[in-house]
Design a protein around this ligand. Structure first.
Ligand code: AMP
Ligand code: ZN
Ligand code: FE
Ligand code: FE
Length: 284
């Protein structure tokens, strides 16, 4: 049987609901061979995932779960916000971690502005309530949406985004401060490979050549939001341009309606091998 992998997973260090340990436990139960922790603008969950995987299968025992350090960075392109995955980053690289520290502050400031806007629209939510939901993780819109749901201001996450928080909705404040070349430089200088996340959701096909010119090395073709024909389209686009292909479920634990998606997207193991080849070339 082909080894199974999932290269796009969130933890409670951003807007997932599982701890890194729980992600590792579930990945092992599902029999996955490799996973990547890709939280929004933070790598805080990576060390605990590495430790949990190492503790569960001590060296020499044969069946260790591979953990690929990752991050999902919020970036600006043509005045729209999109997501860039950084795989294989050295999480303690000073410039990289200094940037993520600033991003944490920026996200706090941004969520305060969004709370103000949502309050102007009549929702009785406070920043403290949102931060109680995000806990120690980087705060984001799903936490604010949950506060709005708890107050009965909206009935669902979907309603919160459709009416208030989505990228084109009235209470949205941009979460990105980085251009694509700056994000790529931060990732590469930390030894990582930059991959365009779930383009189907955020990216027009015509943008791909421009993104590649700005340093994007791969496309996340396999994703829980990509129907088979869409995944096939992105695999073809990547093939034509000699780009890497990656994939994962984008599991957020129990936050999203569909339940935990971990392991639900089938990604050929060979894609991880090509990704590791690219990481090795960078390190050489
Ligand atoms: P943020 O990092 O604050 O920009 O929030 C990003 C998170 O919001 C990601 O987990 C997205 O999947 C989620 N998100 C973005 N747009 C929507 C939407 N329209 N409906 C539900 N979730 C969304
Ligand atoms: Zn998220
Ligand atoms: Fe994303
Ligand atoms: Fe994600």
């Amino acid at each position: 049987m082909e080894p199974r992998i999932d290269l796009h997973l969130h933890t409670f260090h951003s807007d997932g609901t599982f701890s890194p340990e729980e992600v590792v436990r579930r990945a092992r139960e599902l029999g996955l061979s490799a996973i990547s922790i890709t939280d929004h603008d933070t790598v805080a969950g990576v060390p605990a995932a590495l430790k949990a995987a190492a503790d569960a299968a001590p060296a020499g025992s044969g069946r260790a779960l591979e953990i690929l350090p990752g991050v999902e960075m919020t970036v600006l392109f043509r005045d729209r916000e999109l997501h860039v995955l950084g795989y294989g980053v050295r999480i303690e690289e000073p410039a990289f971690s200094a940037f993520l520290d600033r991003m944490r502050e920026y996200r706090l400031d941004r969520i305060r502005k969004m709370v103000d806007r949502v309050r102007e629209h009549g929702a009785d939510v406070s920043c403290e309530e949102v931060l109680a939901i995000s806990g120690p993780g980087t705060v984001g819109r799903p936490h604010l949406a949950e506060a709005m749901i708890r107050k009965g201001f909206v009935g669902s996450l979907k309603e919160a985004f459709d009416r208030y928080l989505g990228d084109n909705a009235p209470c949205f404040v941009k979460g990105a401060t980085l251009t694509v070349p700056d994000a790529v430089r931060l990732i590469r200088d930390a030894g990582g490979v930059a991959v365009l996340a779930h383009p189907h959701r955020l990216v027009e096909d015509g943008w791909i050549p421009g993104l590649v010119e700005e340093g994007i090395q791969g496309i996340e073709a396999y994703h829980s939001d990509h129907p088979p024909a869409v995944a096939e389209k992105y695999r073809r686009m990547a093939g034509e341009r000699g780009l890497l292909v990656t994939g994962g479920s984008d599991c957020h634990g129990m936050r999203k309606q569909k339940g935990p998606l971990i392991g639900s997207v089938s990604v050929p193991y060979e894609r991880l091998e090509r990704l590791r080849d690219a990481m090795r070339r960078l390190a050489a």
